[in-house]
Design a protein around this ligand. Structure first.
Ligand code: GDD
Length: 332
């Protein structure tokens, strides 16, 4: 299992999270520091916001790294010599990928290739998780749901294409060089600290601002007819750890709850948590050139391999998300 490093005479699993400053990365770090015998390292860029990590100060090691630069990645891997890598760093907002398709592609694909090449160069046997996405499936016909890993990949956004490329590079580096890579395709995940651009977080943020009187009671929305399979991020990060503990090298696993919500119905659930009355206003700028209509996860392969099951109900995720934005609003 790669380099095991005695620290104060105790063996610790050295775990590197790329994108530790982000939403999922910070939740993963928060989970890992609760486990016995795990030492957590994470990468950041000069312009990264550190807000998500303030409560982890002194518990993790942060290293500056530009993943698009091989020199930077190579130095990082040589320093950390990780046993596990969770490769989460990515441009992850689908609409941005239409405005910046090249940057999305280079950012997502080049960073990963640099990690793989550095692992090869240092001759490490690191286990690497590649965070793919249900957006890789893209256009899925109703008869193909719930979606299993054998479904054709028909991505509908530049982001989706970049994730297919990451996924296939993971497959190829496993086949060509025997790199110990486990690929995951994760469906939508939400929870406290979710970036404000993403749908439920954006709605919750608007509600909190309306409650505080900072916004008029008008809630801007995009496509409410899309359907998404939501899982709490705190369940997802446990799945990621299990993927590297128990996943089969070279394999790909869907991670999701199997609970599908029409976005409009999820918004109704959020609105039940507030006493305010709002007018819903469609915002044309929130519509996409093509939107994935339906994502419904079949996670039976991953459940059979690892025993993982999501535990946090959707209602709890929504309540925690809204309370998170209420706290942010109160601190303004
Ligand atoms: N962002 C946003 N804002 N989405 C809206 C809005 C809105 O005001 N109104 C409706 N939607 C719809 C979108 O059109 C989409 O169908 C759905 O809500 C979810 O949008 P996002 O939260 O932006 O997520 P996503 O499904 O595009 O992508 C997320 O999930 C993927 C996994 O399936 C991201 O987290 C990706 O990084 C992730 O890979």
């Amino acid at each position: 299992m790669g380099e095991s490093t005695p620290r104060e005479g105790v063996w610790k699993l050295r775990v590197l999270i790329t994108g530790i400053t982000g939403f999922t990365g910070s939740h993963l770090a928060e989970y890992l520091v609760t486990l016995h015998g795990v030492e957590v390292f994470g990468t950041y860029r000069v312009r990264s916001r550190m807000d998500n990590l303030v409560h982890l100060q002194g518990q993790i090691h942060l290293l500056e790294c530009e993943l698009k630069d091989f020199h930077s990645v190579n130095e990082l891997i040589g320093k950390v010599r990780p046993d596990y890598i969770f490769h989460l760093a990515a441009q992850s907002f689908v609409p941005t990928s239409w405005n910046a398709p090249r940057d999305t592609f280079f950012n997502n694909v080049l960073g990963e290739i640099n990690v793989f090449e550095a692992i090869r160069l240092h001759k490490l046997s690191t286990r690497i998780q590649i965070a793919g996405s249900s957006e890789e499936y893209g256009l899925v016909y109703p008869a193909e749901t719930p979606i299993n890993e054998e479904n054709p990949l028909r991505p509908l956004s530049p982001y989706g294409v970049s994730k297919v490329a990451q996924d296939l590079f993971g497959y190829q580096y496993f086949q060509s060089y025997g790199l110990d890579i486990v690929r995951t395709r994760t469906f939508n995940h939400e929870g406290p600290r979710r970036g404000e651009a993403f749908v439920l977080s954006n709605f919750a943020k608007q509600i909190a601002a309306i409650e505080s009187g900072r916004r008029p009671p008008v809630l801007a929305v995009g496509n409410l007819d899309a359907q998404r399979d939501f899982t709490d991020v705190r369940d997802v990060v446990k799945a990621y750890k299990l993927a590297l503990d128990l996943g089969v090298p070279g394999e790909v696993y869907n991670i999701g709850s199997g609970c599908v919500w029409r976005i409009g119905d999820a918004l109704d659930q959020l609105l039940r948590l507030t006493p305010i009355q709002v007018t819903i206003e469609p915002d044309p700028d929130r519509m996409r050139p093509s939107d994935v209509p339906l994502l419904h996860c079949d996670m039976s392969k991953f459940a059979a391999q690892t025993g993982w099951r999501p535990e946090i109900p959707f209602a709890q995720t929504l309540a925690d998300l809204l309370n998170y934005w209420r706290t942010v609003e109160a601190g303004r």
